[in-house]
Unconditional design. Structure first.
Lengths: 179, 184
């Protein structure tokens, strides 16, 4: 038996905040012949009267190689000293069954660009503690050079080592806040 | 404000060091340009020696960078790239990467050579190295070709265009340092 009870369809109204333990914000970028990934662990997200907003402290970026982590925080990539927060906001959210499309804006390195996130929505539903939750599993692909992240190195075959196309992923569990 | 000036050349009659002396003359009020000449005493980088604390000369260099608001490089070009002694000092200074003394430090790179191209490839390589170290590489740009022809018999810079280029490069890196200080 499921411990979560489905309550209704549609984009929920009211105020919802991310349960960050059960949420994640991550990225993937093709690198040489593989895909390199990482996540940002210090973030918050809310859904308030139909507007989905999120912000992450880029100092909390985590990748498996410490020198790369330091490089990502440097002026060549996120420039965390100057631009410590990346953010997202969207008020145009459309649901079609379990699928969802979110049109909004992403701000990275102080530069704001439009972005369309697609994915799935689950709930709202009541969990076994009586909290009402809604889940969003979203992703989008951005061109990092539009956010002034132009670093690259040529591989021996002349191809660039790092792709400009970066996939951003947010797996959010939002909990209804009591009025 | 303190700007640490580093020449990539060790020789006494270096054109790049002479450019830094001219830079010092152009420093506006409130900006002190200190020319560092310790490159020759930095030992070759050896991972086995890369412990805490590091070699005395290395620790002194790291501290000098840490205490400076900006760093200004003037480099010659050896075999299309950065002189080994300068690269060696930066390899030491870059360790450990996440907390090294150049991290977020505004830097300017200029170059000069006896040839026509003025060391542009060395300057580009040096900017690449500094960027990888996490420095805040400014857009300051000046490559002085036929550098030996730019100085008078007294050894002082005698070219107004180059002098103006030095002023512009210094202004760029000082502005970046002021912006950084204001945001802190």
């Amino acid at each position: 038996m499921s411990t979560i009870e489905q309550t209704k369809q549609g984009i929920p109204t009211g105020t919802w905040a991310a349960d960050t333990v059960h949420s994640s914000v991550a990225f993937e970028v093709p690198y040489a012949v593989a895909t390199f990934g990482g996540e940002v662990t210090d973030f918050e997200a809310t859904l308030e009267d139909g507007t989905l907003s999120g912000a992450a402290r880029i100092e909390s970026i985590h990748v498996k190689e410490e020198n790369l982590q330091a490089h990502l925080l440097s002026p060549e990539f996120f420039d965390a000293e100057k631009h410590p927060v990346v953010s997202f906001t969207a008020s145009d959210i459309e649901r079609d069954g379990d699928n969802v499309t979110v049109d909004g804006e992403i701000t990275i390195k102080g530069i704001t660009q439009p972005a369309t996130l697609t994915g799935t929505i689950t709930g709202p539903a009541v969990d076994h503690f009586g909290k009402t939750r809604v889940g969003f599993k979203l992703s989008t692909t951005v061109d990092r050079t539009k956010f002034d992240m132009n670093w690259n190195m040529p591989l021996p075959n002349g191809e660039p080592a790092l792709s400009n196309e970066v996939t951003l992923k947010a797996d959010l569990t939002l909990v209804a806040q009591e009025a | 404000m303190r700007v640490l000036a580093i020449s990539g050349s060790l020789r006494d009659d270096s054109n790049n060091t002479a450019l830094l002396r001219a830079l010092r003359e152009e420093a506006p009020e409130g900006v002190e340009v200190d020319i560092w000449q310790g490159l020759k005493v930095i030992p070759p980088y050896d991972h086995d020696d890369d412990v805490v604390p590091g070699p005395e000369a290395v620790e002194a260099f790291r501290e000098l960078v840490r205490e400076s608001d900006a760093v200004f490089f003037a480099t010659p070009e050896y075999n299309s790239s950065v002189p080994g002694a300068l690269k060696n000092a930066l390899d030491w200074a870059s360790r450990p990467l996440a907390t090294n003394s150049f991290r977020n430090k505004p830097v300017a790179v200029i170059s000069s050579s006896a040839g026509a191209f003025g060391g542009v490839w060395a300057a580009a390589e040096l900017r690449k190295v500094l960027g990888a170290m996490g420095a805040r590489v400014t857009e300051a740009e000046l490559s002085v070709g036929h550098a030996h022809e730019k100085f008078g018999d007294d050894g002082r810079l005698a070219d107004d265009d180059v002098r103006e280029g030095l002023r512009a490069a210094l202004d760029t890196v000082v502005t970046a340092a002021l912006d950084r200080a204001a945001a802190a």
